[in-house]
Design a protein around this ligand. Structure first.
Ligand SMILES: Cc1cc2nc3c(=O)[nH]c(=O)nc-3n(C[C@H](O)[C@H](O)[C@H](O)COP(=O)(O)OP(=O)(O)OC[C@H]3O[C@@H](n4cnc5c(N)ncnc54)[C@H](O)[C@@H]3O)c2cc1C
Length: 472
């Protein structure tokens, strides 16, 4: 019996396993190796807190692209959602822990199948994969010393942890600093009236502000980032005509920018949100990205990516209004500046920063949490797995060093440029190749396609219009 080893048990790894299990017509052994985050839930859906809600409406969160209402139907089967009106349920931003239950349940159905005809066995191992050796077959080496032999290996390891900030003395064991925003920080809250500094003003920062509000913590929160910009709220959009040319391949970065500019201006004139342009582009983003040259991609990253990210990553209106309340009441303050260094003092941790004119200033916090998001460069990884794979040339960084190189079928391209077809990648690891590869609407399609590739099956024809409804 063939074995597929999947490294990483978040959304991506889980859904590759589920798709393999539901599509395989032959006996197959699947081994999911997962560490640090809860199996089936991963980083995003591993939270146990109800105030952490999805940032995509329920109608677009099916984990299965060929069953667009799968998540909605599952929600409907739960007593707390069963009598919600259809329209209300479709637009619901459900708690992420509930979405985690959905994914965990999908996996459990195949881990312990009640259908005796199921030919697939799924095993899960709580351990860290630290290396893969390939010699015809693959051997995944685990931290515990265990080795898993497999015909195919899927790298579904998610995002890298945030970058470490330079510090005047080591912060690793300092109880006033949390480098991982998903680890426990609630047990380290400053005394009432204290101050928490959040490094970053994106979605992770919002999660923490919501939790502090929920528990009624009454101190001051300062959130810092280079531009000091906050995620925007979702909004009810309008049906806007498709504006992309038939052949997006020839647009180039300049063509794309002027098209986007033109339609943003037009939407503003219509008193509509220009973010509609990003939503309209989304089904085509990967194709457009792949058609850009390396220089164009680099230019986009340095000049346009931060604006793109603000328009692209939006939050539920209810979450946005809670953050606005915190700002209005003065409990939350946003500061623009670049963090240079952290200096742990006797009482507080000082954060040395520079403003846009280059002038130095400081902030100080009783608790400092790094919410800056994943480190971008793969070559600087602290992961033993990727250090080993990179050093032996089994994977290579993509041209932007944001993840690994892979072909159109997600097969890893090694350092001599060969797609050997033993190791595959999915999810945020493909950011340099695809740009848009972090959220469920893209990952569910990748998970299905990758399972089909591993099973040598033709791709299913999915009617995109049914599935992709981005604007609300
Ligand atoms: C806070 C947050 C909220 C989000 N909300 C939404 C949302 O509402 N809607 C949406 O569409 N998208 C959302 N996203 C995007 C989200 O990234 C994806 O939906 C998806 O969860 C990514 O899953 P993944 O499996 O690729 O990565 P992850 O969830 O990070 O899972 C990777 C897993 O692999 C493990 N791992 C890594 N390396 C190894 C190793 N060497 N050995 C063993 N295990 C390893 C990790 O510890 C982790 O458990 C959100 C993301 C975050 C971070």
């Amino acid at each position: 019996m063939n074995t597929v080893a999947i490294i990483g048990g978040g959304f991506s790894g889980t859904m590759v396993a589920v798709n393999l299990a539901r599509l395989s017509e032959r006996p197959l052994r699947i081994v999911i190796i997962n560490s640090k985050r809860p199996l089936g839930r991963g980083t995003a859906y591993g939270t146990s807190r109800s105030e952490h809600v999805l940032n995509v409406a329920a109608r677009n969160m099916s984990a299965l692209p060929d069953f667009p209402t799968h998540f909605l139907d599952w929600l409907r089967s739960r007593s707390e959602y069963s009598d919600r009106a259809e329209g209300e349920l479709r637009e619901l931003f459900a708690p992420r822990r509930v979405y985690g239950d959905y994914l965990r349940g999908l996996l459990a159905a195949y881990e312990n199948p009640i259908d005796s005809r199921c030919q697939v066995q799924i095993e899960t191992i709580e351990d860290e994969a630290i290396d893969v050796k390939i010699d015809g077959r693959a051997r995944v080496i685990l931290k515990s010393g265990l080795e898993i032999e497999a015909e195919r290996v899927v790298l579904a390891t998610g995002n890298q942890p945030p970058r470490l900030f330079p510090s005047s003395s080591p912060l690793r064991h300092d109880p006033r600093y949390r480098s991982d925003p998903w680890s426990d920080w609630l047990s380290r809250l400053p005394a009432p009236g204290g101050k928490i500094v959040l490094l970053g003003t994106g979605l992770t920062m919002i999660d923490i502000v919501l939790t502090l509000r929920e528990i009624g913590w009454d101190g001051q929160i300062v959130a810092v980032s280079r531009g000091g910009r906050l995620p925007q709220s979702h909004f009810r959009g309008i049906a806007y005509d498709d504006f992309l040319p038939e052949d997006t391949q020839t647009l180039g970065l300049n063509g794309l920018r002027s098209l986007v500019q033109k339609h943003c201006d037009r939407l503003r004139q219509m008193s509509q949100n220009p973010a509609i342009v990003v939503d309209k582009l989304r089904p085509h983003t990967q194709k457009i990205w792949r058609s850009l040259t390396g220089d164009e991609k680099r230019e986009f990253l340095s000049k346009n990516a931060s604006e793109w990210n603000v328009l692209r990553h939006r939050i539920a209106a209810s979450v946005h209004s809670k953050v606005t309340d915190a700002l209005d009441s003065g409990r939350l303050q946003i500061v623009a500046g670049t963090v240079e260094r952290l200096v742990p003092g006797e009482q507080e941790i000082e954060i040395l920063m520079r403003d846009s004119s280059g002038a130095e200033f400081t902030q100080a916090g009783d608790l400092v949490i790094n919410c800056t998001g994943p480190m971008a460069e793969l070559s600087e990884t602290a992961s033993p797995l990727f250090s080993n794979l990179l050093s032996r040339g089994l994977v290579q960084s993509d041209e932007l060093d944001m993840g690994v190189r892979a072909d159109d079928e997600f097969a890893i391209i090694n350092s001599v440029g060969d797609a050997v077809g033993v190791m595959y990648a999915i999810g945020p690891l493909l950011k340099g190749e695809l740009w848009e590869t972090t959220a469920v609407p893209e990952l569910r399609g990748q998970a299905l396609r990758l399972a089909e590739t591993l099973l040598h099956r033709e791709p299913r024809q999915i009617v995109e219009a049914e599935v992709i409804e981005y604007y609300i």
